[in-house]
Design a protein around this ligand. Structure first.
Ligand code: ADP
Ligand code: ZN
Length: 597
């Protein structure tokens, strides 16, 4: 969820105050120390005899007596101090000084006003500081410092099911719940049991928050939203108190929807550790379970939660009566993407007859949030170009930026490296064009982007739900095409192929260990921690490298056979940096039969 956090009641300012008053107390102590210490610095200690001598030396300016302490202020500004305990001796000293016309002054034993004030101030400030800490604790106990947000109908205005596209199945699953919230009494009368706890699971940005908001709006009820991570506290019990407060609030405004964003941060398996933070997390989760069990047929509260790791959640959360319904929110398919693009392009100035279907086809794997971002980036690019409307080029630019990072302008690559990059990318292109089951080529570029020196981009024209063995093999060959070209045409190898190799090996490994597509037959190696024999692991490695070597050989053959065309492509790249599908096909003399771009 990306709703703005409340800044008015940010609890974060309070510890700051605590720190400040702590500082004041510290400074107070320091000042106190300074004053108490100060006189010692200039006082010379003398004995009784020296004190009596001082009275006759005519150097004494004054004598001050504080209890048993006699301090002589000399004319040169120094202080001499003696302690005289005997009463008669004290009297003798006083007489002596008086006789010599040295003014004698008695001081009380009371400390100076500043010292008195500080004596009061320090404990006072300490008490205030402690009080603030206590107040902070009690506010988080009562949840006042929390960041529960209540959106009423006005705030939800506009967010309806019409704003949510591409996830129709998920929408359909919520219809019943909306019926229930609209008229809880009717539901109870018919004896139906509407789902109360709904877990929305799916990748980030697929519209889970949007869906929950829209459901609240469709039902015409308030929407309470809170982030799962906001229940994380350092002190045991605080998180649980927040949960209690959240539900108390929900009961007051019911019927309503509570939405817990990213519940995984509070709903993990309990009992993982024995520190205070884990204890708090466990108590928080227990409290949530208790509150959900407390729902009866009359309390018309629906609680929704989003997660992208449903497998991480404590199993108790999924029992009947709790989050017993899971609605999975998938990444949109090509039609879904088109309708999401349609929603988000409202209000944008697109070029007339702009084909959103083309954008949808080229954005396989994008989430709803990615698509919204794509249009936004394109609008920014169009503004920067001073264009009257958003054109294809702006969308291309935005997509490349999202997929590959921004181009690095002003980054100097010497000609030799550009040439090596051009050969490498041309190798990918050659193999990609040659194989039968590959995706259509989209562009080749030797402009550095992000960390890559160049790129050969293939875009699937449709979502592949079923990946055939031949497709996977062709992918591997294509990934190895860059290295094959280096080897065959440059007689060398570059480190730039490292990522290609990593991805190729990853595909090959999955073919062997998950899809059963190797000489080892249909085997499946589950989690890495499962027990398996060393001999099996050895055979797996063997099978993986068999696949890799075979495809590497194939890639080299393609490169050998297309030397001339690759040379043409390399020349064009050195001149133009970037070539589109059309230009690439021209270099290879192939027909651009696929409708990719
Ligand atoms: P999630 O909660 O799954 O991480 P959000 O609901 O926060 O995702 O989505 C973020 C934004 O992306 C939404 O506000 C919306 O603009 C856009 N979006 C995501 N999915 C969709 C969708 N299916 N239809 C329309 N817009 C979507
Ligand atoms: Zn490469």
């Amino acid at each position: 969820m990306r709703s703005p956090r409340s800044i008015l009641r940010s609890p974060k300012t309070i510890p700051l105050v605590v720190v400040c008053s702590g500082c004041i107390a510290f400074i107070g102590l320091f000042v106190f120390h300074l004053f108490a210490q100060q006189p010692h610095a200039v006082i010379r200690k003398i004995n009784y005899t020296q004190l009596r001598e001082a009275s006759t030396a005519r150097t004494a300016a004054s004598l001050s007596i504080e209890g048993e302490t006699f301090t002589v202020a000399e004319r040169d500004g120094t202080l001499a101090q003696a302690v005289v305990t005997n009463g008669a001796a004290q009297q003798a000293v006083i007489d002596e000084f008086s006789k010599n016309n040295v003014p004698v002054e008695f001081r009380s034993l009371q400390p100076s006003p500043i010292v008195t004030a500080l004596n009061w101030l320090v404990p006072l400030l300490t008490i205030i500081a402690l009080g603030l800490v206590g107040w902070r604790l009690s506010t988080s106990m009562s949840g006042r410092g929390g960041d529960i947000q209540v959106a009423d109908q006005q705030a939800l205005q506009g967010v309806t099911f019409a704003n949510v596209a591409g996830i129709d199945e998920a929408k359909a699953e919520l219809v019943e719940t909306i019926e229930f919230l609209r008229d809880p009494a009717k539901f109870g009368r018919l004896g139906g049991r509407a789902p109360r706890g709904i877990l929305l699971s799916g990748a980030p940005g697929t519209g889970k928050t949007l869906l929950a908001r829209a459901a609240a709006n469709e039902a015409g009820v308030p929407f309470l939203t809170v982030s799962g991570s906001s229940f994380q506290e350092k002190f045991a019990g605080l998180g649980a108190a927040r949960v209690r407060r959240l539900f108390a609030r929900a009961r007051k405004i019911a019927p309503c929807i509570i939405f817990i964003d990213e519940i995984d941060s509070m709903g993990r398996q309990r009992g993982r550790g024995n520190d205070s933070a884990t204890a708090d997390a466990d108590q928080t989760l227990n409290q949530l379970l208790v509150e959900m069990d407390g729902f009866n047929q009359l309390s018309s509260i629906v609680i929704m939660a989003s997660t992208n790791r449903p497998d991480m959640l404590d199993s108790a959360l999924r029992r009947p009566g709790r989050f017993d319904r899971e609605v999975s929110v998938a990444l949109p398919d090509v039609n879904g993407r088109e309708s999401i693009l349609r929603i988000h392009s409202q209000g944008l100035k697109l070029e007339p007859e702009f084909d959103l279907g083309w954008v949808a086809r080229g954005t396989s794997g994008f989430s709803g949030a990615d698509l919204a971002n794509l249009l936004n980036e394109a609008a920014i690019a169009a503004t920067r170009d001073n264009a009257a409307q958003i054109e294809r080029g702006h969308i291309e630019h935005a997509r490349d930026r999202i997929l590959m990072g921004a181009e690095r302008h002003g980054f100097m690559v010497d000609e030799e490296d550009r040439y090596a990059t051009a050969v490498h990318e041309a190798g990918h292109a050659a193999v990609g064009l040659h194989v039968k089951n590959g995706d259509p080529i989209h562009k080749v570029s030797i402009l550095p982007r992000g960390r890559a020196l160049g790129v050969a981009q293939f875009l699937p024209e449709r979502d592949r739900l079923m990946k055939k063995r031949e497709y996977l093999e062709d992918q591997i060959a294509m990934l190895l095409g860059g290295r094959a070209a280096e080897q065959v045409l440059l007689g060398t190898m570059t480190a730039g192929a490292s990522n290609d190799i990593e991805r190729a090996v990853e595909i090959a490994r999955r073919m062997v260990t998950e899809f059963g597509m190797s000489s080892l037959g249909p085997i499946h190696l589950g989690k890495p921690e499962d027990a398996r024999s060393q001999s099996l692991l050895d055979r797996v490695e063997q099978a993986v490298s068999e696949i890799i070597n075979e495809q590497m050989k194939r890639a080299c053959e393609v490169v050998e056979a297309t030397r001339g065309q690759i040379a043409t492509l390399v020349m064009a790249l050195m001149e133009q940096d970037t070539l589109d599908a059309h230009e690439i096909h021209a270099c290879f003399g192939t027909e651009k039969e696929q409708a990719a771009a």
